[in-house]
Design a protein around this ligand. Structure first.
Ligand code: HSE
Length: 438
């Protein structure tokens, strides 16, 4: 990384895009200097850009430097570091690009822009000899980008697997502990401020999708675009599934996973998964995040902490600002490296499955389902019949399979839905493989 085009005295002037809860926390952290051990590094907010200048702000920031004019930050010679906290691709991509071209370093918490346009932005930073740091874009206060970029650089990363969306973890934890259904818990999460009024980005998995795309690029030096990542949210997980999963020794979490093998390439996926109750990931509850990284030299590593919230996110942003102010660090891989991995197909993914059906309670029903699975080369590991409804002659049928290919399971599921003895296929959940845990 070339040194900045700006002088040292300029490099500590900060411009901020976005003064929402995170922007306000960053501005406050800068003004109260939480980095007490670095008091020799002067940081000061020179300008802040907001969409609506009429709103009251909590930040310890002089209102005279707040405006709606991006030109107050971009290419301002007093600003060496631009902090982008607006979120979304437009206009963030444009503002970041123009700042980098103007020779300003950029720190961002924006996972969407780093997932969708990150390789272009990193290339622009590289061309202009400036830094683009984004530790806050994944898992909030947990340092995960820095370790993947720097400390673990000597490893071949086998997998990165985590709970990287706090909103869905809060909802799933409530469902698991209180036996509530999604619709009740989402309302509570919204009233507590843990879920947005429009919760789509979180509950449909997009937030985790952006984050795992960012982590996969770093771990595998390979662009893993969001549209090749398998993504399912948590709307189809029901209270009953927690009950049955628990009887089988599991809980249910929204996992984001990137894993690679030289033979099949990189597979990234986001979906609810059954997790064995005796692995640490099963005990990551509420809004907490956790990421497991497995490297060939280091073995398994575990990172856990607050994945969102103003101060944890400000912690990550401040770390990036201070690295720039101190003149250390690199941006990591800009885009493609000499040997990127192939992108593996979800159709080839192999795991155990949990299937819950509402079926007629009469002779031959289980045999029919078993035949369909057998025709698809899927072996059953266990079967539970639950909640028998004698008035309607129906029951829940819960089937755990041995490891099977995703494509085989999807074709079996289509056939199971066609069986006239099957009222509904209620749930199909993957069981995360934790290998030999003995
Ligand atoms: N909405 C995210 C979450 C935090 O619930 O984890 C910001 O990425």
């Amino acid at each position: 990384m070339a040194t900045s085009a700006r002088s040292d005295s300029q490099s500590t002037g900060i411009g901020i895009f976005g003064l929402g809860v995170v922007g306000s926390a960053v501005a406050s952290a800068i003004s109260t200097r939480h980095n007490a051990d670095d008091s020799s590094i002067p940081l000061n907010v020179v300008a802040a850009v907001v969409r609506d200048t009429s709103r009251n702000r909590d930040a310890l920031i002089d209102s005279s430097i707040i405006s709606a004019d991006p030109g107050s930050v971009i290419a301002n010679p007093e600003i060496g570091v631009v902090v982008e906290l607006m979120g979304g691709v437009d206009p963030a991509f444009d503002y970041i690009t123009r700042s980098l071209h103007a020779g300003q370093h950029v720190v961002t918490a924006n996972k969407e822009v780093m997932a969708k346009r990150g390789s272009e932005l990193l290339a622009t930073a590289s061309t202009n000899g400036v830094h683009l740091f984004y530790e806050a874009s994944v898992a909030g206060g947990i340092p995960i980008i820095g370790p993947l970029m720097n400390d673990l650089g000597g490893n071949k990363i086998q997998s990165v697997r985590g709970i990287i969306n706090g909103t869905t973890n809060f909802i799933l934890t409530k469902m698991a502990h209180e036996g509530s259904d999604f619709d009740d818990v989402i309302a509570e999460a919204q009233s507590l401020g843990y879920a947005e009024a429009d919760p789509t980005a979180d509950v449909d998995g997009f937030d985790a999708l952006y984050k795992i795309s960012v982590l996969a690029r770093l771990a595998y030096y390979t662009e893993v675009p969001v549209d090749v990542i398998h993504c399912e949210g948590i709307r189809e997980v029901h209270a009953k599934d927690f009950r049955y999963a628990s009887e089988l020794g599991y809980t249910i979490k929204l996992l984001a996973v990137a894993q690679a093998s030289e033979k099949s390439g990189v597979l990234a996926r986001v979906h609810p998964a059954l997790i064995p109750l005796d692995v640490p990931m099963a005990s990551v509850n509420g809004v907490l995040n956790a990421v497991e990284v497995e490297g060939d030299l280091v073995g398994p590593l575990w990172f856990q902490g607050p994945g969102a919230g103003p101060n944890p996110t400000a912690s990550a942003v401040m770390g990036d600002i201070l690295r720039i102010a101190k003149g250390v660090g690199s941006n990591g891989p800009a885009s493609k490296t000499p040997e990127p991995f192939e992108i593996a197909s979800m159709a080839d993914h192999k795991c155990q499955y949990y299937i819950r059906l509402t079926a007629a309670d009469r002779p031959g029903v289980l045999a029919n389902v078993a035949r369909v699975l057998s025709d698809a080369d899927i072996s059953i590991s266990s079967v539970l019949q639950k909640d028998t409804d004698i008035y309607n002659s129906q029951a829940d049928l819960v089937i755990m399979t041995h490891p099977a290919r995703e494509s085989n399971m999807q074709s079996a599921v289509s056939s199971i839905k066609e069986l006239d003895t099957v009222v509904r296929l209620d749930s199909l959940l993957r069981v995360e493989n934790y290998g030999d845990r003995s």
